[in-house]
Design a protein around this ligand. Sequence first.
Ligand SMILES: Cc1cc2nc3c(=O)[nH]c(=O)nc-3n(C[C@H](O)[C@H](O)[C@H](O)COP(=O)(O)OP(=O)(O)OC[C@H]3O[C@@H](n4cnc5c(N)ncnc54)[C@H](O)[C@@H]3O)c2cc1C
Length: 301
Amino acid sequence: MTDIIIIGAGTAGLSATIYARRAGREALILEALSYGGQIVNTPEVENYPGIKHISGFDFATGLYEQATELGAKIVFAKATGITVNPDGSKTVHTASEDYNCKAVIIATGAKNRPLGLDREEELTGSGVSYCATCDGAFYKKQPVAVNGGGNTAVEDAAFLANYCSKVYVIHRRDSFRADEAEVAKLKAKDNVEFVLNSTITRLIGEDELEGVEVTDKISGESKILEVSGLFVAIGQMPDNNSFSSVVKLDEKGYITAGEDCLTETEGIFTAGDCRTKSVRQLTTAAADGAVAALAASAYCG
Ligand SMILES: Cc1cc2nc3c(=O)[nH]c(=O)nc-3n(C[C@H](O)[C@H](O)[C@H](O)COP(=O)(O)OP(=O)(O)OC[C@H]3O[C@@H](n4cnc5c(N)ncnc54)[C@H](O)[C@@H]3O)c2cc1C
């Protein structure tokens, strides 16, 4: 019986582990892939307070080493479900083994929804990005495109228009899901051009993105937009369905929890991008990890 099982070795899970270990708790991390989570995909992080400049990989490695040097154990396996036992303890299931614990922290993150285009993965970090707040500054005075029609896409485009030479907003419809007022503000900007009823059909460039091919859904005509950055903002995908019998999911599949990161089940906490929240960043993931771990430690008694 471990004190706390942490599902996911991203920023939230590793931060939770550090706090759990420093609170004197045994901590076992279950990670489906490799440590680090989403941030390992970005070459530079420049907005984590106290660290001016670091690669995503170095950031994640620092967290991982800090957690494991404090004595946390990690098993590379995907958690496939949680059972609450009659005595209140929990069993976390994987394909090969079951693990018992007093408390669980679910920190499974969220994946950005990809466009599904050829070479998209290869060009991620070399022109293709899913986070304007994180990577926008690398495209100062350069032309970029944003793909999407919701609030994130419109906010990203407005943010990028402040320092990029040109921002194309590519959207598959002719109207936006985003707030009317925000769309109107965006339309007033001189360096923003809307490319509506259009989808991106090809990414252009060998080692770095050099442009995107867009196809008009009505006329069927294609054209090339020369851009050095493409910001994909077509939503995120949480993957929490395996835990839906013990936690409540919102309509998008994120786990709902209070300020203390407690879910609707006693002893099951959640942290980071996998929970319902408005800002999904490293700082908020780390903060959730700390809060969830201290609450889980208190629950362990
Ligand atoms: C390209 C990119 C650049 C970014 N740049 C920045 C930046 O510069 N600054 C910033 O603040 N934020 C940035 N972000 C956002 C930041 O990465 C996230 O907010 C942060 O990673 C969230 O951490 P997390 O631990 O909640 O989730 P994640 O990082 O997604 O980690 C979740 C982990 O859980 C694992 N997992 C999932 N399901 C299971 C399961 N069932 N069993 C076991 N393991 C599981 C995953 O494999 C993953 O390792 C960026 C995001 C991207 C994609």
